[in-house]
Design a protein around this ligand. Structure first.
Ligand code: FPP
Length: 247
């Protein structure tokens, strides 16, 4: 495949899929049509990520703050996610995609949690792309839950405070065992992280694209990856050019 020659393929890409509502409004359609088209964009991006050898693709599907939306829209988004898992799980499994879900699970409705667990369980041994669905996810909530778990272990004598390191915190986050995102993309022109992977984004490259999520197709994804490939990542060190010049 021509895209396989893309230089510098990121190992982990995370996406804030924004602009479904505005996409619909611009066409005089109900917001629900924007979300529906958004699911089609999800399919195309997942396929593309698999084709070009990305290892982890994290999609912000529903934030812990999204419950504040009108009930009809919340139920619409739930319906779309459920339909996606029901309809696409078999295909994703066949394509060797592993599904992982991050976010708070304890308070999830009984009609959604079993589906998410089934998707994880069915695909747990798959070895191609890992599709991470951030659902009922908020970064501060994730960190608070991690710190609570660590606190309990300290209280119960399994850990001491001096054992709390960045690596230990990492291991208690929902993303435990996953590499940090190399690239975080947000569509629709908004330029903020909105409580998404705040800890994990420490050294991520951020790319903001003006297009609304339903328009985020394969060529646009490829163009965004090319932009990433042109960036120099320093992780707090020096630019390679400065090192070569002996500066
Ligand atoms: C942002 O658009 C998008 C969302 C809140 C949800 C994203 C969900 C999907 C694309 C569908 C389900 C997901 C999967 C993984 C199958 P917005 O409504 O905030 O748009 P606006 O800012 O223009 O109003």
């Amino acid at each position: 495949m021509a895209e396989a020659i893309l230089p510098n393929v990121p190992r982990h890409v995370a996406i804030i899929m924004d602009g479904n509502g505005r996409w619909a409004r611009a066409r005089g359609l109900p917001r629900t049509m924007g979300h529906k088209k958004g699911v089609e964009a999800v399919r195309e991006v997942v396929r593309t990520a698999g084709d070009i050898g990305i290892s982890y693709l994290t999609l912000f599907a529903f934030s812990s703050e999204n419950w504040r939306r009108p009930e009809a829209e919340v139920s619409d988004l739930m319906g779309l996610l459920k339909a996606f898992i029901r309809r696409d799980l078999a295909d994703l499994h066949r394509e060797n995609v592993r599904i992982r879900v991050i976010g708070e699970r304890e308070h999830l409705r009984s009609d959604i949690l079993p589906l998410l667990l089934e998707a994880e369980e069915t695909t747990r041994n798959n070895t191609a792309l890992t599709l991470v669905i951030a659902f009922n996810y908020g970064s501060r909530d994730e960190m608070a839950r991690a710190l609570r778990k660590i606190g309990e272990k300290i209280r119960d004598g399994y850990l001491t405070p001096d054992m709390v390191t960045p690596e230990l915190i990492d291991a208690h986050l929902d993303t435990a065992g996953m590499p940090d995102p190399d690239l975080i993309i947000r569509t629709s022109g908004e330029e903020r992280l909105s409580n998404f992977l705040l800890w994990q984004a420490a050294y991520s490259e951020l790319v903001f694209v003006p297009e609304f999520w339903p328009d985020f197709d394969r060529p646009l994804f490829m163009a965004t990856l090319e932009k990433f490939a042109g960036r120099e990542r320093r992780f707090g060190g020096l630019a390679a050019s400065s090192v070569l010049a002996g500066e």
